[in-house]
Design a protein around this ligand. Structure first.
Ligand code: CO
Length: 180
């Protein structure tokens, strides 16, 4: 498959509202494999399809217990207190945003074969599931900020982006080529 690149803010791909996956075919498996490779290459713990410019309802995650792919995920329950955590995003390099989210989450999704599963997560993994699930509706960490902080963060991100372009290193982290 074609090489995947990580899209960075303000790339419009990051605002895509994804569509459900209907074909659980080899293309999907290739896409998931490439997304996992990309996540590990960038030392991320989660990556959503919109971040590589795909409009599929898919994200991958590995919080230290091995990779899990979530296809057509749906958060069916949240519980516990809302706690704040500083979140980064591979698509928004250069800033960390403190986001308040529930501590526990129950998510229903399909695996690569189309089988449904339900998993419960807490602490870090619960935050990652919610962060990645946000990506599938075009929601980013900066959207959790109040309007003034959002404005300031956007201004800062655009200046970082411009600086990167001037330096001639627009490509984030030198993504490796992957073909199958
Ligand atoms: Co992200």
């Amino acid at each position: 498959m074609n090489r995947l690149d990580i899209k960075t803010y303000p790339d419009p791909c990051l605002r895509i509202k994804t569509q459900p996956v209907e074909s659980f075919d080899s293309d999907l498996k290739d896409t998931l494999r490439a997304m996992r490779d990309m996540m590990y290459l960038h030392q991320g713990i989660g990556l959503a399809a919109t971040q590589v410019g795909l409009g599929l309802s898919v994200f991958v995650m590995d919080c230290g217990e091995g990779p899990v792919s979530f296809i057509n995920p749906e958060i069916v329950e949240t519980s516990g207190r809302k706690t704040k955590m500083g979140e980064g995003c591979l698509s928004i390099p250069g800033i960390t945003v403190t986001v308040s989210r529930p501590e526990k989450v129950k998510v229903r999704a399909q695996d690569e074969t189309g089988s449904f599963f339900i998993k419960s997560y807490d602490s870090l993994a619960a935050k990652v599931v919610q962060h990645e699930n946000d990506h599938l509706t075009g929601r980013l960490i900066i959207d959790h900020l109040d309007p003034v902080r959002h404005f300031l963060a956007r201004r800062r991100l655009l200046s970082i982006k411009n600086k990167r372009s001037e330096d001639g290193c627009e490509v984030v982290c030198g993504v490796g080529k992957r073909d199958s």
